[in-house]
Design a protein around this ligand. Structure first.
Ligand code: TXE
Length: 479
């Protein structure tokens, strides 16, 4: 499947359709060309949005449980092709095969989970001031949802956006990242087989500046659900402002990990390392900086440097047992290289790694640990999105929390301590959307994944994530 040069087509109104322009997708581990996908023009985007708009009223009139059944059928098909789908993800995104399989199976579970909400969508009956009056609060769909995706968990993020949208009666137009569109077209191939009514789910691929911009500027869109960078999120908000379109934005993080002097250091090392090498450090919720208490700083730094140095990496399809693949593209690699260079120039000490891993081809970077970092350094403030862990020493929990909170980001955070009182104190004071205590950073589908500050607006998962895709309608009924 790796060198067959597939051509994918947009999916609009229940049919796969040609576009005028195409772009190439390549494997980041070795540069090999994988496929051609449409660069959708404004007219393609408008066609997809019109199809979604026209299909929405009939879709919303179906009982939620019937809508949910399509998600269950899709989940079954995904499980049936899990290995093939995982390979498609690995070859275009670079994550190791085991993680790609986890992503595929998690996606199927997520579709089932969101389908279970069909019989649990609830409005409210509110006590009235007037005799004989009933006040009802209904939950209604928003209409058409535009889902704009990044490349780091490209398959799961389709489901994270379309499943709650469809079960609550919205229709959807998805734009995958131009880096990783193939898996989205494979997802769509399976969805096409389950007989979903035409127009309910549409896909237009292309770049951000043309396809993405056309989606966000259209008055046919009722909500934009976006995961990606802060800069793009900000541009999307500006574009959405013209039509007062609702936005739901997940914009990454700079997750602090606080390691206190009573922590189980081996557990902290294991969890923080796992969190930093997973998907080659390209995960919004994973540890991006460590604040370690002085008494255990040497032990922690020594152990994590050795653990990171032991990480195996390379081309995930050629070496299935490695722990880490390449970065997504040249831009991602150059960003990591430059950030580590500036950190060492600013006085950080390199404990391990610090170089491009020369494997002949691909965007590989060595697992890297930097100690002696200070909170004014770029490496402690800007999202790295690579396998690089900067460490700063602190004197106590309060200093760690103050430094952790002094950030543009506010998505996830973690604390390692054996003291329940210190853990609870940290949870009260830390100003983040999520905090993990004594465990690696990874959210559950029944939680609520949402950040503060520039990490975004709104959130995903669970009951609260489901209701993001609804609006209220209050009815006052006097009898
Ligand atoms: O993201 P972009 P990029 C962070 C991470 C990474 C950096 C850049 O730090 O290094 O962002 O990654 C579409 N209107 N995250 O350049 O540009 C684009 O086509 C509408 C964190 O890949 O945000 C793609 O589909 N859409 C993050 C999507 O936005 C536009 C995951 C994401 O691209 C657009 C990924 C526009 N004007 C990167 N411009 C996370 N939150 O986990 C671009 N796009």
């Amino acid at each position: 499947m790796s060198s067959d040069n597939r051509t994918y087509r947009n999916y609009i109104n229940g049919a796969f359709v040609e576009a005028n322009d195409y772009l190439e997708v390549r494997n980041p581990a070795n540069g090999e060309r994988l496929s051609r996908v449409p660069v959708s023009a404004g007219a393609d985007v408008e066609r997809a949005l019109s199809a979604a708009h026209d299909a929405q009223p009939a879709w919303a009139r179906l009982p939620a449980v019937e809508r949910a059944n399509y998600l269950r059928l899709l989940a079954d098909r995904i499980r049936g092709e899990a290995k093939t789908l995982a390979r498609v993800i690995t070859e275009e995104q670079g994550k190791v095969s085991g993680l790609a399989e986890v992503e595929v199976n998690f996606t199927a579970d997520y579709l089932d989970y969101m389908a279970e909400w069909a019989r649990r969508i609830e409005g409210e009956i509110i006590e009235s001031d007037r005799p004989g009056e009933n006040i009802f609060l209904f939950r209604k769909p928003l209409g058409v949802v535009a889902g704009i995706l990044p490349w780091n968990f490209p398959f799961f993020l389709i489901a994270r956006k379309m499943a709650p949208a469809l079960v609550t009666g919205n229709t959807v137009v998805i734009k995958p990242s131009e880096e990783t569109p193939n898996n989205c077209f494979e997802f769509t191939r399976l969805l096409d087989q389950v007989g979903l009514p035409a127009g309910v789910f549409n896909v237009v691929s292309g770049d951000g500046a043309s396809t993405g911009q056309a989606l966000t500027a259209s008055p046919l869109v009722d909500m934009i659900s976006f995961t990606g960078s802060v800069d793009t999120g900000s541009r999307i908000m500006r574009s959405a402002a013209d039509n007062i379109t609702k936005v739901n934005l997940e914009l990454g993080g700079k997750a602090p990990a606080i390691v206190l002097d009573d922590a189980d250091i081996d557990l902290a090392v294991k969890a923080i390392r796992a969190s930093r090498i997973i998907n080659t450090g390209q995960v919004c919720n994973c540890a991006e900086r460590v604040y370690v208490q002085r008494g255990v700083a040497d032990e922690f730094a020594d152990k994590i440097a050795r653990a990171m140095a032991d990480t195996t990496y390379g081309d995930p399809l050629a070496q299935p047992d490695i722990e880490m693949g390449p970065l997504i593209n040249r831009e991602g690699l150059d960003k990591v290289v430059a950030m580590v260079e500036r950190a060492t120039q600013d006085g950080a000490e390199l404990l391990t790694g610090g170089r491009v891993a020369d494997l002949g081809a691909g965007f590989h970077y060595q697992p890297t640990v930097l100690s002696g970092c200070r909170s004014d350094m770029e490496i402690m403030r800007r999202e790295i999105f690579g396998p690089v862990l900067p460490i700063q020493i602190v004197d106590d929990l309060d200093e760690a929390v103050t430094l952790a909170n002094d950030s543009d980001y506010g998505l996830t955070s973690s604390v390692y301590t054996r003291s329940l009182a210190r853990a609870m104190h940290a949870c009260r004071e830390i100003d983040y959307g999520e905090t993990y205590v004594n465990r690696e950073n990874f959210e559950a589908m029944q939680g609520f994944h949402a950040g503060t500050r520039k990490s975004g607006i709104g959130g995903a998962d669970g009951k609260h994530g489901l209701y993001e895709y609804t609006r209220s309608h209050v009815v006052y009924l006097e009898t």
